[in-house]
Design a protein around this ligand. Sequence first.
Ligand code: 4NP
Length: 158
Amino acid sequence: MPDLEVRSVLFVCLGNICRSPTAEGVMHKLIGRDGLESKIHVDSAGTIGYHTGEPADLRMQEAAARREIPLASVSRQIERADFDRFDLIIAMDRENLRDLRALDSHREGQLRLFSEFLPPGSAADVPDPYYGQAGFDRVIDIVEQGCPAILEHLLRGS
Ligand code: 4NP
């Protein structure tokens, strides 16, 4: 069981080299700003293992560095044990959410879509910059918009 004192969140995208590392990095920045290192644990993973062991995409790293967002994650594929390790698992788009449900169909209570933490009317999916659905800076804009609400959600413990 997860430690009751520490709230944990795992961000999940397809390759774990663009969107979910950015969400992890933005959360780390917020956690550092608020001195919450001992209270919140953050990680990220991909639904595919194709990029396992790789750092974030260089274009994503450069865009993040310009905005002082740490992007230290190394790509890994999600595994079923992650459902036991994390309180909350946040899919960056609906395809990622479908893949998470396919991995374990009994964990609905832990799963959220990133866009649930965005203002009403926002697009359902964080666009995939790797396939050119949006620019890397646009992805950061969206992630920066949603992460404060995710932090609040974790601190409320709900
Ligand atoms: P991400 O972007 O899911 O935001 O990390 C992608 C990175 C790599 C691939 C797909 C999406 N890929 O198919 O290699």
